[in-house]
Design a protein around this ligand. Structure first.
Ligand code: PMT
Length: 406
């Protein structure tokens, strides 16, 4: 997740009185770890659940708990509002959402909120029936209409022993939504199709041919594109990664399945970024039952096995042939002659951009959290992206693409 953007940002963390108030402590810790200056505002009911001291010590700032206290936080609450880069309310109670929806200024938190001009992220958390209550839903619609970013609560067993929606999302997810709220929406209105991960080509029901792609690069691009306002579809081979938030996920196994999924989404897409490491070949004749070791099979003993492979469709090349308005981008994974091979692939596949990266070296390519990429554009522009986290590579690459979209 792109948390570097929180460095030196002034964030107000509003904590309301719900059982999930304890999770706000972990959220505060994550925000300060990312370098944010966090100022905490607690309602009187929040103080019934978690002590002010915890927030004061972890934020290294006075905590605002009311309008008429004499500490600096209460005196400076309007200053805090005007200095804020973002506000996060977690947990937000039904009472808070109602007050916010109707512009009430009946405590320090709601008063401060009326004075902020920055993005506001609201994380409702309460009993399922309260959450589903029509009045609450109406109030959520109002605050969303007014521009707040509302993070839907998770589902599960709640503290009140009911099961359903109402759980405060995990702090990591709230942090992710905070980053999204602060991100420039330069892909708003664009449909972005990303592929990620390896493909698996069946040999028999228990074995396959594949490669070392972890999916990290493609998932980072999909997540970054969503934060920039894109409507993202991620066609993914089998990986061990959490799906990014608010993205349509299409799971596939083989290159043939990936081809079907990509071509089905091609027409509606504005941007296509093919990061997946597609197997160029597949076993010609995958067996329907497990291939037995030769010494268990009848007949003379043999100590070798030959697999006949046939070529898979080149999905990107097919997309290049069909492309009309789309911005089409590919990746070139090379072990040598990076530039020459990448340029050849851009030409052959009719791409607008190709990102060339070395594989089989430390700190780049397959599996690593880092990548070092060289971008080549059809218009001849070349951009070097030095070795950095794949999340940052994703942003640098999308910066370039976004400026080229009409
Ligand atoms: O997943 P990670 O562990 O994070 O690693 C990231 C990565 C190294 C996989 C990624 O950065 C990368 O380089 N992806 C492209 C891998 C690849 O298949 O490269 P290629 O040079 O063989 O293919 C060129 C392009 O054609 C790629 O965009 C590929 O998706 C596409 N292709 C290839 C073959 C095929 N049959 N169909 C395709 O669409």
């Amino acid at each position: 997740m792109q948390t570097m953007m929180l460095k030196n940002k002034n964030i107000i963390l509003g904590v309301c009185g719900g059982i999930a108030a304890y999770k706000a402590v972990e959220l505060l810790r994550l925000m300060t770890k990312a370098g944010a200056n966090v100022r905490v505002v607690m309602t009187q009911s929040a103080l019934e659940f978690v002590g002010e001291t915890t927030f004061r010590v972890l934020s290294e700032n006075e905590v605002c708990t009311g309008l008429f206290n004499t500490n600096e936080a209460s005196v400076r609450h309007i200053e805090w509002a005007s200095e804020a880069d973002a506000v996060v309310i977690a947990p937000a109670t039904a009472n808070f959402v109602a007050n916010m929806a109707h512009g009430m200024a009946n405590d320090a938190l709601t008063t401060m909120l009326l004075a902020v001009t920055c993005p506001v992220v609201v994380c409702p958390s309460m009993n399922t029936h309260m959450y589903e209550n029509l009045a609450l839903q109406r109030n959520i619609d109002i605050i969303e209409g007014d521009g707040a970013f509302v993070v839907e609560p998770g589902s599960g067993e709640l503290a009140c022993k009911t099961t359903g929606a109402g759980r405060l999302p995990e702090p990591e997810l709230i942090l992710d939504r905070l980053v999204a709220a602060l991100t420039r929406k330069d892909l708003k209105g664009k449909k972005v199709l990303v592929t990620a991960g390896p493909t698996r080509e069946a040999i028999d029901p228990v074995r396959y041919v594949s490669n070392h792609s972890s999916g990290k690069m493609g998932y980072a691009i999909a997540a970054a594109a969503e934060k920039r306002g894109g409507a993202v579809t991620l066609v993914t081979g089998p990986v061990n990664l959490e799906p990014p938030f608010a993205i349509e996920i299409v799971k596939v196994e083989s290159a043939l399945e990936m081809a079907d999924a990509v071509l089905a989404h091609l027409d509606e897409s504005d941007v296509v970024i093919k990061v997946a490491a597609v197997a160029d070949y597949r076993p010609q004749d995958p067996k329907t039952s497990k291939i037995k070791k030769k010494d268990q099979a009848p007949g003379p003993k043999q100590n070798s096995l030959t697999l006949e492979l046939v070529e898979n469709p080149d999905i990107l090349r097919l997309a290049g042939e069909k492309k009309r308005h789309q911005f089409l981008a590919g990746f070139a994974a090379e072990t040598d002659d990076l530039e020459a091979n990448a340029l050849l692939k851009m030409e052959k596949k009719n791409l607008d951009m190709i990102a060339a990266n070395l594989v089989g070296v430390e700190g780049s390519g397959f599996g690593s959290d880092y990548n070092k990429v060289k971008l080549f554009f059809r218009d001849g522009t070349v951009r070097d992206i030095p070795s950095m986290e794949k999340e940052r590579v994703a942003d640098a690459l999308l910066d370039e693409i976004a400026t080229r979209l009409t």
